[in-house]
Design a binder for this molecule. Structure first.
Ligand code: C2E
Ligand code: MG
Ligand code: MG
Length: 666
């Protein structure tokens, strides 16, 4: 502070702060005028107008003794001093504050730039009416709206009332929550980007009095992320091929159905569905065709399922949960609809497929009160449906459970038995009708550690279902070829092949290498097949049969008369032999019907130039009848039962077993 003469501008007095701040001593000040503390270029400024320090708070540039120029704001009050007009001046050095202000404005500019260009959508509204105060460039782009159109407006000016209400209520909640950030997810219609799903996080900005002044909202477009998340969630619960719910989704839905049904005392049904002969589509036409067929089947089943829940459990297995309607009537009707949906052939590219369904049903609570029991019992019923010739709906019956468990145990046993080599071959002689020996049919037996010799009738089917017939069948073929090759008398050997062996791997290649391995002439090997081989993908089966025949191996049609469309199959392939099933032979001479069938088959075979063999010949009368009908060959207990080959040693000649084993050992 100082006092200066209003006319001469001479300092009349200064205080300690002035001395300290300017660096002039009191004496020096008193020898100076206020023009002397100004930098030279501005020294005379204002003198001519008399506004040397006019007004209060105006800033001037002053120079300290050190030469440093500062800005000072001057506040003056005129007053007489020692009788002269003088001015009392308070000078405030503004330099520091100004520097801080400059710094502040630079920082603001920087922050504005950041906010403007940051890729996040940022919106600031006032905290009272939620009027837009600021939106950044990203917000302009995202909403497709310019800031001029929104600043000063509220959400009600921009959005439909419903959306605006929701945003406003979110804002209110954010204010109520104070500093904590909460985010809201909702959809907005944007002119540029269509309907978007956003999350908005609003943060109240508090003023000096602790009142919310602004509401800062950061908006994130989560449309794509949510879509991806939904897709992942969908994939976790759906089968990628057919888009049907998958096994996991089925388990969840079943748990729900159980909860609800037990709570309300209701009933519902679980249906297990399996496609008949689907594997052949894959095997013969490749997976691309198989996939297309599966998709079409899924489409039809979905349409037929109505309000029942349909899932694909994997492969060619589907399952349904029928919660509506009374059970079991509802499930029966649903089963019929499903069967009907696949009656029409499926056409794909140049193929036509006729694929049927087998359906097993279990009803809550009668057939089970938990998921495992219900599905297990529906499965047991399904197994029975398949055994019943497929294309049928079967309901669970209590004794099925037992059978299913036995079948599983048998499968495990079989697998272990193959590993342990518990199988043996028995050989049954075959002869011309006049008794001259032709050879032997090999019939497999399971030498079970506790059950003794087990008949193939009780395990071949399970071996086929589980695929175990493949290693077992290969062992049988190898063993039979090796055995026949060791005989001195070059009799034929007949080996039964399962349809499953035709559908997997390279059967002709296997037969070829086994013949070479054993050193057996192909003409001595006969394979017996049943109609099952030709059902399904007939073209593929025929091609395999032709390749087998090209090796020089003979092909016999076994169990003739027990199948469906025997005549048409006989036309398809030049079989080397037809074997009349033993059930017809058993009744000849007693049942006119059997007589007629046997007579017809013999006639048919001869018409097609195929020799006919009768199997299961037990009595001389049966043989006499067959001889009378000009049957070519026979097999049966009359000639000899299936026995270990050692018991027929005199028929095959003394086998060079020692030599063979030495050769093998070497
Ligand atoms: P299959 O090929 O028709 O075999 C003839 C069946 O009739 C044999 O039963 C045989 O023991 C029986 N049999 C033979 N002579 C008589 C007779 O005079 N009277 C009566 N009542 N039965 C007679 P097995 O050995 O129990 O075989 C049953 C079926 O199991 C076979 O029928 C065949 O389909 C299948 N099988 C047997 N061995 C094999 C094999 O090595 N591989 C494959 N894939 N299947 C086999
Ligand atoms: Mg046979
Ligand atoms: Mg047979």
């Amino acid at each position: 502070m100082w006092v200066h003469d209003l006319e001469t501008l001479q300092f009349l007095d200064v205080n300690e702060a002035a001395v300290e701040h300017y660096g002039h001593s009191r004496e020096q000040f008193l020898a100076m005028s206020i023009l002397d503390v100004r930098p030279p270029p501005e020294r005379g400024e204002g003198c001519e107008t008399g506004a040397v320090i006019s007004g209060s708070g105006r800033t001037w540039r002053h120079r300290k003794r050190s030469g440093e120029v500062i800005e000072v704001a001057l506040y003056s009050q005129t007053l007489p001093y020692e009788g002269r007009p003088a001015s009392l001046v308070a000078a405030v050095d503004m330099t520091v504050r100004k520097r801080a202000e400059e710094e502040l404005s630079r920082t603001r500019l920087f922050l504005d730039t950041v906010i403007e260009y940051v890729p996040a959508v940022i919106v600031v509204k006032d905290a009272r009416e939620f009027r837009y105060l600021l939106i950044n460039r990203a917000a302009e782009e995202f909403y497709g709206i310019s800031r001029d159109e929104v600043i000063g407006k509220t959400v009600y000016d921009i959005y439909p009332k419903e959306t605006a209400d929701r945003i406003t209520s979110n804002h209110r909640q954010s204010l109520a929550e104070g500093q904590s950030r909460i985010s809201y997810e909702h959809e907005v219609q944007t002119p540029r980007n269509g309907l978007r799903l956003i999350t908005a996080r609003s943060l109240p900005i508090i003023d000096a009095y602790g009142e919310p002044q602004y509401l800062l909202t950061v908006v994130e477009d989560v449309t794509e992320r949510r879509r991806a998340e939904q897709r992942i969630a969908h994939l976790a619960h759906h089968d990628a091929l057919t888009d049907l719910p998958n096994r996991a989704a089925f388990a969840e839905r079943l748990a729900e159905a159980l909860d609800r049904a037990s709570l309300r005392g209701e009933s519902f049904a679980v249906l297990c569905v399996d496609l008949d002969h689907f594997k052949e589509v894959n095997d013969s036409c490749g997976h691309a065709v198989g996939d297309a067929v599966l998709r079409e089947i899924a489409r039809r089943l979905r349409a037929a399922a109505g309000d029942a829940f349909l899932a694909r459990l994997g492969g060619d297995e589907f399952a349904l949960i029928a919660t509506n309607g009374a059970q079991p009537a509802g499930a029966a009707a649903l089963g019929d609809r499903l069967l009907a949906a696949l009656v029409e052939e499926i056409e794909f590219e140049y193929h036509r497929f006729s694929i049927g369904l087998s359906i097993g049903v279990a009803v809550y609570p009668l057939d089970g009160t938990n998921a495992t029991a219900l599905v297990g019992n529906a499965d047991a019923a399904l197994y029975r449906a398949k055994a019943a010739g497929r294309g049928v709906v079967r309901f669970f019956e209590p004794d099925m459970d037992m059978q299913l468990r036995e079948r599983r145990a048998l499968q495990d046993d079989l697998r272990a038995a193959i590993g342990r080599g518990e199988f043996v071959l028995h050989y049954q002689p075959q002869a011309r009708i006049d008794g001259r020996m032709i050879g032997f049919e090999t019939l497999v037996r399971w030498r079970h550690p506790s059950r003794g010799l087990v008949s193939p009738a009780s395990f071949i089917q399970v071996a086929e279902e589980s695929g175990l017939i493949l290693p077992l069948g290969e062992w049988i073929l190898r063993e039979a070829c090796r055995e026949a090759a060791s005989w001195e008398t070059p009799l034929n050997i007949a080996v039964n092949l399962s349809p499953v062996q035709f559908r997997h791997g390279d059967l002709p290649g296997l037969v070829h290498s086994l013949l070479i391995e054993a050193g057996l002439a192909p003409s001595r090997l006969e394979v017996e097949i049943t109609e099952g081989v030709l059902i399904g993908d007939t073209a593929r089966a025929l091609s395999i049969l032709r390749r087998l025949k090209a090796l020089g191996v003979r092909i016999a049609m076994d169990d003739f008369g027990t199948g469906y469309s025997s005549l048409s199959y006989l036309q398809l392939f030049p079989f080397d032999k037809i074997k009349i099933d033993k059930r017809f032979v058993a009744d000849v001479g007693q049942s006119e019907q059997s007589n007629a069938i046997v007579r017809a088959v013999i006639g048919l075979g001869h018409g097609l130039d195929m020799p006919v063999m009768a199997e299961g010949v037990e009595t001389a009368d049966q043989l006499a009848f067959l001889e009378g009908e000009a049957c070519d060959e026979f097999q049966g207990y009359l000639l000899g039962p299936p026995r270990p080959i050692a018991e027929y040693a005199e028929l095959v000649g003394e086998p060079p077993r020692v030599k063979a084993s030495v050769a093998r050992a070497g």
